[in-house]
Each structure stands twice: as structure tokens, then as C-alpha cells.
Ligand binder design. Structure first.
Ligand code: PNW
Length: 474
């Protein structure tokens, strides 16, 4: 095999595990089978006009029925990690422990056994955006009690899967839920509360995560020895110019997009720049208080330090520029941030408008995260490329090759302890509001065939060779 570019003959250390990822609502289907309750995505997709082509995840990849085939593919690829998420309402139909659906628990226990029997380690996300509808009816992520509900749910899952799972993720990308679901009405639950709901959601996500972490720590850690964290996405943000104003704009962008969800956990409290800017603007807008809710001292201490590793999602980069204070208009997080973002036109474009290829960005982000939060271990829990589903997906191969090469350099040259990579995604799947129009899989799924036939793309054959060589090959 030929080796690739700058990473010629460099191999991934033994501590590094290759993997692949997916999420419950995007792949499982079986939306109303075997006692599963409705969640906010079930509700959202059935409202005409919400999703491209009015597609739904009712069947998706049908992984609820086809998980053994999926695991066989994972085994053939040679991956050692499989990241999947649990559908909360599949095991607790209304989200509360009053009614536990044994069929739902059995599904995940069977999946985990199938993985382990085939030498694949599960990386389990408790929450990947599919909130039980009943809990949304109580206010969802805007209701401070969500932390208690989430804690009860986490305990049920830890009990069922604790012996088999060493890597836990509480919440996938709280920021995407808070901004896109509660701020912009683009994702479920479709709320348009960009000036304040976003911040309540961010606070309740931190509290819920911490509760689930503390429950594991107190009741399961000693026995099972697993690691728990939250999952945080970060793009790379470059300053537009070398001016100090643009440097500050980059810092603000990072703290509002990453720090808003990470700081309380990996450091302490909200980032100061977020506290200051939201307070300032709230005052200008006539509020007698800040739209950013406060944490009590007790909450700050309870949340701080609730991580055992860093789970990073990284796809893309953007260029950030200082923006003059806008005139007072309705409050939004965008005005609180006060920047203009753009992209470098030379970055190759995927099928997703927000996703452009800038491979060195990943190495920068790994260094930023290491510097800012100093985790002892980082797993890249998502990274991948979208197209329209072609089998000969050369652009995906190029993207993954170059991003993996930068991971390798971060490990070998920068000394960052990246221990895993779960490529997004194993299968073409339901891409949220985009339906099936953007495909991320290294395995093609035929959504027109009742059997949801799986076919290897060129990238799957390539990834298999990379895993075998433990090096970046052509
Ligand atoms: C992730 N961004 O979302 C999600 O965790 C997946 O469920 C999703 O399928 C995948 O990425 C692809 O979209 C993201 O704007 C959404 O940087 C947006 C961004 C990043 C990740």
C-alpha cells in the first residue's frame, strides 16, 4: 500500500482506536414499535413542511431490525469502537421511570452483546436529540427539572448497560439543540427563542449532564470503571485580519459556541466574556437582569469537573470578523456574540452548507481544546463529509485522509492524547431537517428498498485498508 503525504510511514499508536458512529433517531426506525413512546422528532417530522421532502425517520435505516447486519459490517471494516445513542422514549415511553419498556432495554442489551462478541467497544450516547414528547410538554430543555428526569433516565441505562460500557457520553452537542431546536425552530422541538431560550437550554443541559455524571460517579464508577463526558462540537475559527478586534471576535465566537456548553464542566461557571456581553446587551435592551441565567455557587461546584475525557465533534472551519455593535433590535445570541463569519472560498464544499474541508483546522482545534481545558484524553466522536450519496465517494476519502493526517500529527508532533475516532457516519441516514438529501455514510443505504440494502462505498473499502495498516493509505 502507498502511504499518504506528510504522514508517510507514520502509524497510529496502539492507544488509538478507529471507529464509526450513528445516532438512534437517524438510523433505528421502528418509531412506534414494541412499546416505544413518541419523542420530539417523531412529532416534528410528522408536521408537513418541517423536513426536506417531508421525509421522516419512521423507518430510516431500519437498524432496530437490522443491527446484526450493521455489526457484521463494523466487524468486517475492522473498527474497534462503535458510537451509537439510546432512544430515551424507547426504554422510557414518557421519559419517566414509572414505565420502563423492557423490549427497549433488550434491544440495546442485545446490540451491546453483539458488538462485544465481535470485538467492538460501544461508545454510548444517552441523548442525541430525541427527547420524549411528554418531557417536551413539560418545557423540555427549558424546564430546570429536566436535570432530574435525565438523572433518572441515566440511572436506568447505567443499570442495564453498565457492565459492558466503558465510554459514556451524556448529551450530544447541547449547543445544536439549544440554538437550532430552541433558538431557530429548524430542529425539534421547533422553538424560536434565540435571545433567551438558548441560554436556559444551555444551563439546563449543563445541570442535566452533571447530574448524570454524578450519578455514575456515586453509584456505578467503582464497580464498572467507565468514563463519562459530554460531547462538544468545535469548528476552527480563524481571525479575518491580524487586528486585535478580530482576535477578540475569535475568542468570543469560541466562548459562545463552545465555552457556553463546556466551560461550566471543564472549567467553572460560564465564560466571563459571555457573562459580560449578555449582561451588557440585556441592560441596553431594558432588562433589569441578564438574559443569561446565573448558576448558584453550589451549582458551579456540582457541575465543575464532571468529565473523564473530552468528546469532540469537528467538521469544519470559519473566518471571524469583529462587528460593530448593532443598533438595538430584538435580543438574539448573534447580537450577543457580535461578529461576522465567512468561509475561505478555496475550501472544498460538501453537500451541507456549513461543512467545508479545512483539514489543518482539526489540528488547531485539538490544540485549542488541549490548551483551554487540558483533558487527559480526547476522542473525536464525529468527523465526516456529506455528499449526495454516490458510491465512488472520492471527496469523502480525500476529506477523511487529510483530517486523519492532521489527527496523526496532533498525536505524534503535538503530543495530544487522541485515543479514538468515530467517523460520522457508518450509514447514510436521516440527516435531521435535511431529510435524506445529505449523505454522510461510508455505507450506502437504499432508502427505496424495503430491506434498506447496505452497499459499501469506495470510502468504506478505503477505511478498512487504513484500519488494517494503522496508517493513512491511498
Ligand atoms: C452533528 N455545525 O451535527 C450531529 O451530531 C449529527 O447527528 C449530524 O448528523 C452530523 O453532525 C452531521 O450534520 C452538527 O454547524 C450540526 O458545525 C451542525 C454542525 C456540526 C455538527
Amino acid at each position: 500500500v502507498a502511504f499518504y503525504g506528510a504522514s508517510a510511514e507514520k502509524v497510529f499508536p496502539d492507544s488509538f482506536k478507529f471507529g464509526a458512529a450513528g445516532a438512534s433517531y437517524q438510523i433505528e426506525g421502528a418509531w412506534n414499535e414494541d412499546g416505544k413512546g413518541p419523542n420530539i422528532w417523531d412529532t416534528f417530522v410528522h408536521v408537513p413542511g418541517r423536513i426536506k421532502n417531508n421525509s421522516t425517520g419512521d423507518i430510516a435505516c431500519d437498524s432496530y431490525h437490522k443491527y446484526k447486519e450493521d455489526v457484521a459490517i463494523l466487524k468486517d471494516l475492522g473498527v474497534k469502537l462503535y458510537r451509537f445513542s439510546i432512544s430515551w422514549s424507547r426504554i422510557m415511553p414518557d421519559g419517566t421511570p414509572y414505565n420502563i419498556n423492557q423490549a427497549g432495554i433488550d434491544y440495546y442489551v442485545n446490540l451491546v452483546h453483539e458488538l462485544i462478541d465481535n470485538g467492538i467497544e460501544p461508545v454510548v450516547t444517552l441523548y442525541h436529540w430525541d427527547l420524549p414528547q411528554h418531557l417536551e410538554d413539560l418545557g423540555g430543555w427549558l424546564n430546570p427539572r429536566i436535570a432530574d428526569y435525565f438523572g433518572d433516565y441515566a440511572r436506568v441505562v447505567y443499570k442495564a448497560l453498565g457492565p459492558y460500557v466503558k465510554y459514556w457520553i451524556t448529551i450530544n452537542e447541547p449547543g445544536t439543540t439549544c440554538v437550532t431546536g430552541y433558538g431557530q425552530a429548524v430542529f425539534a422541538p421547533g422553538k424560536d427563542l434565540i435571545g433567551d431560550g438558548v441560554y436556559h437550554c444551555a444551563q439546563n443541559s449543563a445541570k442535566a449532564h452533571a447530574k448524570a455524571y454524578r450519578i455514575y460517579e456515586a453509584e456505578f464508577k467503582q464497580q464498572y470503571g467507565g468514563k463519562v463526558t459530554i460531547n462538544i462540537p468545535s469548528a476552527m475559527y480563524y481571525p479575518k485580519t491580524t487586528s486585535s478586534l478580530d482576535a477578540e471576535a475569535v475568542e468570543r465566537t469560541f466562548e459562545f459556541n463552545v465555552g457556553l456548553y463546556a466551560n461550566a464542566i471543564f472549567k467553572s461557571n460560564w465564560p466571563q466574556v459571555v457573562i459580560d456581553r449578555v449582561a451588557n446587551r440585556s441592560k441596553l435592551e431594558g432588562y433589569s437582569f441578564s438574559r443569561l441565567p446565573e448558576f448558584s455557587q453550589e451549582e458551579i461546584e456540582y457541575i465543575s469537573g464532571t468529565y473523564d475525557y473530552f468528546a469532540l465533534n469537528m467538521y469544519s472551519s470559519s473566518i471571524v470578523e469583529y462587528a460593530d455593535e448593532w443598533a438595538i433590535s430584538s435580543p438574539t445570541i448573534w447580537l450577543d456574540i457580535g461578529t461576522i463569519t465567512s468561509i475561505d472560498p478555496s475550501w472544498p464544499k460538501s453537500a451541507s452548507p456549513w461543512l467545508n474541508s479545512d483539514p489543518p483546522g482539526l489540528r488547531y482545534v485539538l490544540n485549542n481544546i488541549q490548551e483551554k481545558y487540558n483533558p487527559s484524553e480526547i476522542i473525536i466522536t464525529e468527523n465526516g463529509w456529506s455528499d449526495t450519496g454516490e458510491l465512488d465517494d472520492q471527496k469523502r476519502i480525500t476529506y477523511c485522509k487529510e483530517y486523519l493526517s492532521n489527527i496523526l500529527d496532533a498525536i505524534l508532533e503535538d503530543g495530544i492524547n487522541v485515543t479514538g475516532y468515530t467517523l460520522w457516519s457508518l450509514l447514510d441516514n436521516f440527516e435531521w431537517a435535511e431529510g435524506f438529501t445529505q449523505r454522510f455514510g461510508i455505507i450506502q443505504v437504499d432508502f427505496d428498498s424495503p430491506s434498506r440494502t447496505r452497499t459499501y462505498k469506495s470510502s468504506a473499502h478505503w477505511y478498512k485498508r487504513v484500519i488494517q495498516a494503522r496508517a493513512i493509505v491511498d
